[in-house]
Design a protein around this ligand. Structure first.
Ligand code: LMR
Length: 396
């Protein structure tokens, strides 16, 4: 049976991560996979996480199953983190399942959408995180794209986006990135979120918000503003969240899939379907990550420590954006890279071509995704000169 299989190409992001690991060049720089790095190039375990883990080691009393929805305290805390004190929560219209990472949340959402409307199309931004498309297609859903990033002007194609979304059939799903758009770093502003929310209501599509970088853009609340505006306006929506980046819990695989329904009874029915989806994929989520997040968010001291650490990660990334812009200008690079300083989160497109990306990898051991997406957090005070000289050279 296996002999009928044809080899598939490696994932563009994870393949790059493996190639970087094998490279022996002491000057190598990893600007590929989206993980936060400190000045030394490490992805440290947050202090708040270490403390929560120490607490868990002492206080964990069982390894028995935790149930389909996972840790219910964690689920409730995630709802507050995402929605604040939104009236949908007060009206008991929100249900959440803890999932294995944000990717697990998206896969659960995909299967849930399929159960709601087997013919639904999921509309994603052009471009989007490459795995979005495979995830939805793997659940048997059709995926279509709507205009989003303006490669030429390094901004948004907002008018084109709205024009396409107006044509989306009722019953389809539109995926939106809450903040720190992956891969472009270009986000909607508040006025634009309002337009999209009104459109969702008028046209009748269901928004699915992917929020994988809450706290990496402006602040925890600011980054959830668009999502909350949608929840103000539409009766039903889905939210896929991740604790990989903001809690630095990448390998613990901790995220959540939340649904907002028009009333509490429908929320219960929808939840039964959501949990049946979970049961049919992985039965129950792992406990560790949720317990860590719940412990942090249950303690005002650990929450404060986490906020401080999150603020530090965000300021470092924003500082690096300014540094990249000024360093490239100092090296005499003719192209204007000021857009890097105006975009959000870990990613931006450098806007360089395939040949230049290949040269960066071969001649300088600088690893960038083939789309020219860079993880800004991979730059540091130590490697900025090397990085800027390399860019200046390949752009000559
Ligand atoms: C990324 O976009 O680099 C991250 O979300 C990691 C991944 O799984 O692709």
């Amino acid at each position: 049976m296996f002999s009928t299989l044809k080899p598939l190409p490696t994932d563009p992001i994870l393949g790059l991560m493996a190639a970087y690991k094998q490279d022996t060049n002491p000057n190598k720089i990893d600007l590929g996979v989206g993980v936060y790095k400190d000045e030394q190039g490490n992805t440290p375990v947050l202090k708040a996480v270490k403390k929560a883990e120490a607490f868990r080691l002492e206080n964990e009393t069982t390894k028995s199953y935790i149930g389909l929805a996972g840790n219910l305290d964690f689920c409730q805390k995630m709802e507050s983190l995402l929605l604040g004190e939104h009236r949908a929560l007060l009206a008991n219209r929100v249900r959440t399942a803890q999932t294995p990472g944000g990717t697990g949340a998206l896969r659960v959402a995909a299967e849930f959408i399929k159960r709601c409307n087997t013919n639904a199309t999921v509309w994603v931004t052009t471009p989007t995180w490459a795995n979005h498309i495979s995830l939805f297609e793997a659940a048997g859903l059709t995926v279509k794209e709507y205009p989003y990033y303006d490669y030429e002007n390094k901004g948004l194609l907002f008018d084109e986006m709205i024009k396409t979304l107006k044509q989306v059939p009722k019953g389809d799903v539109v995926l939106l990135h809450a903040c720190c758009h992956n891969p472009s770093g270009m986000d909607l502003n508040e006025a634009q979120w309002k337009v999209v929310a009104e459109l969702a209501k008028d046209v009748g599509f269901t928004p699915l918000v992917d929020i994988a970088y809450q706290g990496f853009g402006s602040s925890l609340d600011e980054d959830a503003k668009g999502l909350r505006l949608l929840a103000d306006t539409v009766e039903e929506m889905l939210i896929c969240s991740s604790c990989s980046k903001n809690f630095g819990l990448y390998r613990e695989r901790i995220g959540a899939c939340s649904l907002i329904s028009n009333d509490s009874t429908t929320a219960d029915v929808s939840n039964s379907v959501l949990l049946s989806v979970v049961r049919s994929i992985y039965s129950m989520p792992p406990a560790h990550g949720a317990d860590i997040v719940n412990t942090i968010l249950s303690s005002s001291e650990l929450t404060q420590l986490w906020h401080d650490e999150l603020d530090e990660m965000r300021s470092r990334i924003n500082g690096l954006r300014t540094l990249i812009k000024s360093s490239l200008a100092e090296k005499g690079v003719a192209q204007d890279f000021s857009f890097i300083d105006q975009q959000n989160g870990m990613f931006s497109f450098l806007g360089i071509n395939k040949e230049q990306i290949d040269r960066l990898q071969k001649e300088y051991a600088i690893y960038i995704v083939g789309s020219s997406r860079v993880n800004v957090a991979g730059v540091s005070q130590t490697n900025i000169d090397y990085f800027s000289n390399a860019i200046a050279d390949v752009l000559k």
